[in-house]
Design a protein around this ligand. Sequence first.
Ligand code: ZN
Length: 141
Amino acid sequence: MTQQAELPPITPPVPQPESDFYWEKCKEHELWLRRCKACDSTYFYPRDISPCCFSRDTDWVQSSGQGTLHAFAIVHRGPIPAFRDRSPYVVAMVELEGGARMPTNLVDVEPDPSAIKIGMAVQVVFDDLDDKISLPKFRPA
Ligand SMILES: [Zn+2]
């Protein structure tokens, strides 16, 4: 999936030292999460200190990219031209295998409540925004 040239560009995320590895793997179309070794849970966004128990005993684990739709909203009026011209689109919270939840977009689906169900199985896909950033998004599995 590549950004359509005629639309205003989306401002890409700026990787931080803690998330460089995450973005490098997204560029390879792999989804990696941080895992807390103290309580064996995965979490998002990537950071060294776990949000579950504040342990620093964390590492990286590759996600299967499989999950379920936890919540969604259909945006009909985007806040800035880049998003306004892409509406309607679906913002979503996906719960990945392992429990981590990540905010994302649901794609390859009609932006209509009758086509989208909480709990539906979803699978990661990557949107190559530019030569550095590929955004993980999800489609129905
Ligand atoms: Zn923990």
